[in-house]
Write a protein of this length. Structure first.
Length: 339
């Protein structure tokens, strides 16, 4: 007797595409096309083959599938090296990895500290908040690999797809909230314009000040500003003469972690200043008092970037596709209304 009898498979027989084809009563090619969603296969046949595959516990061979498609089965993920220490980065990476896993892909991490002599062996790239002037980003974008960036690249090249957020509009919303809470002179600590995110935050602040007749009060810090640098910027702002003798009464900190760093300084100085952050994290949520912050939803952003890359790879999305990633304002005690 053969190894099959009345649709029963031998216990030691691995379930392959041929197993599924025999059980479904179709050719190997038809079974393969049905499960991949390709070829001229009727919907009834697709459904029947899928049902058999599920019943038998058939798991496609990922390596073989990628080989047939001339694919590496891997995508690359690049983030600025300064972000690798942040909780935002970790959440963003998890989002990319989880989305890649759903497509049976692995993820190779590339940082700006790695200078490569050849293009990475990947099918495409996700660039997390790429910085202008970063030579590694420039070289990656010159490889010709399909590329998706989280926020626009502030350089000469542009990615094939972009996932971006309306940071300027959200900053305006945050400043409106501060005004409703009694602020008349909000100040901003922000990184330089080498990041599209930081440039958008800065632009949103300046536009809001112009629209509301407020004299801007800004202090620039480096993209990877230390706690000491942020505290020094805060002291400078606190000692700056206000327009018409109106001192700052609210402080918006753009760099991740900056607001939590300056909160103790504000308490020690005994100043009545509303405090908000442009990046939400555990530090803002657990501060005393909790700090109002913009939730950038980094895990969802990472997943959205990966999904767009896979759509570019499959041809489901055209080059030049842009998608808006929604962000949220979390209002907390640090900006409560003044009496």
């Amino acid at each position: 007797m053969g190894r099959y009898h009345r649709g029963v498979q031998a216990a030691d027989e691995p379930v392959t595409i041929l197993t599924v084809a025999r059980e479904a009563g179709v050719s190997k090619t038809t079974a393969s096309d049905a499960l991949r969603g390709s070829g001229r296969v009727s919907e009834a046949t697709r459904a029947a083959v899928a049902q058999v595959a599920e019943r038998l516990g058939y798991v496609p061979n990922g390596s073989a599938r990628h080989l047939r498609k001339a694919s590496t089965g891997t995508i690359g993920l690049h983030v600025p090296e300064v972000l690798t220490r942040s909780s935002y980065y970790m959440s963003f990476v998890f989002g990319v990895v989880e989305a890649a896993a759903r497509h049976d892909y692995d993820v190779t991490l590339i940082t700006s500290g790695q200078r490569r002599s050849r293009p990475p062996r990947v099918d495409g790239l996700v660039l997390g908040d790429p910085l202008g002037g970063d030579p590694v980003v420039e070289s990656l974008m010159a490889t010709g690999l399909p590329t998706v960036s989280c926020e626009r690249f502030p350089g000469d090249r542009q990615a094939d797809g972009v996932v971006w957020s309306e940071h300027a509009a959200m900053l305006s919303r945050l400043l409106d909230h501060l005004r409703e809470s009694g602020s008349v002179r909000p100040a901003l600590i922000v990184a330089g314009d080498e990041s599209d995110w930081a440039a958008s935050v800065h632009r949103g602040y300046l536009d809001w000040c112009a629209a509301n007749g407020v004299a801007p009060l800004v202090r620039r810090v480096s993209f990877d500003a230390t706690g000491d640098e942020v505290r020094s910027a805060t002291r400078t702002l606190l000692s700056s003469p206000g327009a018409d003798d109106v001192p700052l009464d609210a402080l918006v900190c753009a760099p991740a972690g900056a607001a939590a760093e300056v909160a103790p300084l504000l308490r020690e100085a005994g100043v009545d200043v509303l405090l908000a952050s442009c990046v939400d994290n555990a530090g803002t949520r657990q501060a005393d008092p909790p700090i109002t912050a913009i939730d950038l939803r980094p895990k969802e952003a990472g997943a959205s970037c990966a999904e767009l890359l896979f759509e570019l790879l499959s041809g489901a999305a055209p080059v030049g596709t842009e998608r808006v990633h929604p962000i949220e304002l979390a209002v907390r005690t640090s900006t409560r209304r003044r009496g």
